[in-house]
Ligand binder design. Structure first.
Ligand code: GCU
Length: 357
């Protein structure tokens, strides 16, 4: 397995600065596409529609509008929080399953299921949550993904952006909004996603260093799991079913993963030195938990160079035994693909310890 190195030369914080820029360029060119400079001519957010749940959790629905030379698209997000005098840390959850027919096939991935977004539990522990309907910007379909934000900034050439890039971009726009809202502490913002949205959370956190923590569940191929030597899903599968998620260059590495100038440990390294939590499910062979763990171990190199800790253990853990003491945390739980209450409990514990919420 000829893995490209995170540091080809000097391992110093100074060398990392340049390497970081280079890794972002490589991952853009060969995997996710370049995020365009959008030069919007206008953005706005509608006055939220608000209500309070029986539990006391306040819900606000917002819609962001993006305008460029007369073309407009929009994206919804909801905020869940318990009113407080102190600015609250916030977890931004990327949701692309809302409008997708897959929602019906994978009810556990669907928005609002209480296991998937346990707002009572989250807000009880002093966090706010934002649920971002990123598929409003770029629908998760090969036929319609070019509507929305890609009308304002089309996918151009073999390294033009796709849905993952667009969803990540939209998530950063919600953080822009939260930065202007004194009820929230945008300096303690975590981006979180599951599965395809987990791949997106990693790409978003890699690019946008304002996110103080990054959490990805079962992100698999094109997410946390190394492509080289992977079982389950390969570039070939991913790009034949979802060619619009990544850039076109990525598909040309189908069955030649070994020649790809990047691999996923580099994506994880781009989160350094910020806290990163990865989780998997033991029956999820399609995602390949072992390869995600391996990538996390390797990414620790960038953390250590920057004076932080990587994973605190280097042997794949038994189920339900999280490794969460270092800057990179990992757990694998029983069962299959999805996001469960058990996963949330670990993430909240990790963030509480970090931010003493
Ligand atoms: C498919 C796809 C995966 C993806 C998953 C999901 O299984 O092959 O790459 O992570 O859908 O988003 O649920």
């Amino acid at each position: 397995m000829n893995l490209p190195p995170i540091f080809p030369g000097e391992k110093t914080p100074g060398a990392w600065k340049e390497r970081r820029t280079e890794l972002l360029r490589l991952l853009s060119e060969y995997e996710y596409g370049f995020t365009p400079e959008l030069r919007l001519t206008g953005t706005s957010c509608t006055t939220p529609w608000t209500w309070t749940l029986a539990s006391g959790v306040r819900v606000e629905t917002h819609r962001l509008f993006f305008e460029k030379d007369g073309a407009v698209c929009s994206m919804r997000f909801e905020l869940f929080f318990r009113p407080s005098a102190q600015p609250q840390p916030v977890i931004l959850m990327i949701d692309v399953f809302d409008a997708s027919p897959e929602n019906l096939r994978h009810p556990e991935l669907g928005a609002y299921s209480s296991a998937r977004l346990p707002v009572e539990r989250i807000t009880e522990q002093g966090f706010a949550a934002a649920l971002i309907h990123a598929d409003d910007l770029c629908s998760d379909s090969p036929d319609t993904f070019t509507r929305g934000i890609l009308e304002l900034a089309p996918r151009q050439g073999a390294s033009g952006w796709g849905a993952i890039g667009a969803w990540a971009w939209g998530t950063s726009r919600v953080l822009d909004e939260l930065e202007r809202d004194s009820r929230f502490d945008a300096g303690r913002a975590a981006v979180l996603g599951v599965s395809r949205a987990g791949k997106t959370a990693l790409w978003c956190g890699a690019q946008d260093e304002r996110f103080a923590a990054v959490i990805a569940a079962v992100s698999g191929c094109g997410g946390a799991s190394l492509l080289r030597g992977k079982t389950g899903e390969h570039i070939r599968h991913m790009t034949s079913s979802f060619p619009y998620w990544t850039c076109e260059n990525y598909a040309s590495f189908a069955d030649r993963e070994d020649e790809l100038p990047v691999d996923q440990h580099m994506l994880l390294a781009l989160c350094a030195p910020r806290p990163l939590y990865l989780s998997d499910a033991i029956e999820d062979d399609w995602a390949d938990p072992h390869k995600a763990f391996e990538a996390a171990v390797l990414a620790g190199e960038a953390y250590r160079v920057l004076g932080a800790k990587g994973l605190s253990a280097e042997t794949f853990p038994p189920v339900h035994e999280p490794i969460a003491e270092g800057g990179i945390a990992y757990h694998v739980r029983t069962g299959g693909h999805g996001l469960l209450a058990y996963d949330w409990e670990q993430y909240l514990r990790f963030l509480s310890r970090l931010w003493k919420a």
